[in-house]
Design a protein around this ligand. Structure first.
Ligand code: MN
Length: 239
C-alpha cells in the first residue's frame, strides 16, 4: 500500500515501528552480533558473542542472552579483574589462571576465572541452526564411547538434569574415549585432566526466563537445535 494512502495514525505507527526496529538492531550490535564491549578495567575482557543476541531464538531468547552474557558473564570478568589487579595472575592467560587457582586457598578467584572461561566456551558450543549430528572422527568416537549418537544424547540429558543445583554438563575427551561429565558451580574439567569438547550451562540463569523449572526441555532443545558440532570437532582435533 502506498504510504500516501495511510492515515496519519498508521503513518505514525509505522514511524514508531521503524524507530523500534532501529534501536533493537543497535542493541543487538548489528548483524555480526558483537555488542560494543565495555573497556575492561583490567587484563581480562568480555569476548564478543559469536552471533547476535537474538540469533539463538526460539531455543534461547534474546532476553536470556542479554542478561546471561551482558550481566552474568560480564560480572565474572569484572570481579576477576578486581581480584587479580596487581598480582602475577594479571599477566597470565585466562586458562592458566583457572588451572593455577584450582586449590582450596584461591576458590574466590577460581570461581570468577573459571566462570569467565566456561561462559566463553559455552557461547562457542552453541550456534544458530546448530544441533543435528556430528560427522567424521567425532561421530566415530561418540559411537565407540557411547554405543550410538542416541545413547550419547540420552546420557547427556540425564547427566545435565542430574546435576543438583548450579553447574555445567560437558562432553569431554578423557584419554582415548569421550565421556559426559557434570561439574558444580564454576568447576571445570580442565582442572581434572580432561579436555572439554562442548558444554551446556545448567545454572538456572541459563534457562529460567525461557523454560522456568524445565531444565530437561532446555537441554534437549539446545542439543537438538543449537549445539555447535564443528566447535566440538575442532577441540577434538586440537590435541
Ligand atoms: Mn551461566
Amino acid at each position: 500500500m502506498p504510504s500516501t494512502l495511510l492515515t496519519p495514525y498508521q503513518n505514525r505507527r509505522q514511524f514508531l515501528a521503524t524507530l523500534l526496529v532501529g534501536s533493537s538492531a543497535l542493541a543487538f550490535g548489528g548483524l555480526l552480533g558483537s555488542r560494543p564491549v565495555r573497556a575492561a578495567d583490567g587484563p581480562f575482557k568480555l569476548p564478543s558473542l559469536p552471533y547476535a543476541e537474538n540469533a539463538l531464538e526460539p531455543v534461547i531468547s534474546a532476553r536470556t542472552i542479554g542478561f546471561h552474557y551482558g550481566k552474568h558473564h560480564q560480572s565474572y570478568v569484572n570481579k576477576l579483574n578486581k581480584q587479580v589487579a596487581g598480582t602475577p595472575l594479571a599477566e597470565q592467560p585466562l586458562e592458566a589462571v583457572v588451572k593455577a587457582t584450582a586449590n582450596p586457598d584461591q576458590t574466590a578467584i577460581f570461581n570468577n576465572a573459571a566462570q569467565a572461561w566456561n561462559h566463553t566456551f559455552y557461547w562457542n558450543s552453541l550456534k544458530p541452526k546448530g544441533g543435528g549430528k556430528p560427522t567424521g572422527a567425532l561421530a566415530e568416537m561418540i559411537d565407540k564411547s557411547f554405543g550410538s549418537f542416541e545413547q550419547f544424547k540420552a546420557k547427556f540429558v540425564k547427566v545435565a538434569t542430574g546435576q543438583f543445583g548450579s553447574g555445567w554438563a560437558w562432553l569431554v575427551q578423557d584419554g582415548d574415549k569421550l565421556v559426559v561429565v557434570k561439574t558444580s558451580n564454576a568447576d571445570n574439567p580442565l582442572v581434572h585432566g580432561q579436555k572439554p569438547l562442548l558444554t551446556v550451562d545448567v545454572w538456572e540463569h541459563a534457562y529460567y526466563l525461557d523454560y522456568q523449572n524445565r531444565r530437561v526441555d532446555y537441554v534437549t532443545a539446545v542439543l537438538d537445535g543449537l549445539i555447535n558440532w564443528d566447535f566440538a570437532a575442532q577441540n577434538l582435533t586440537a590435541q
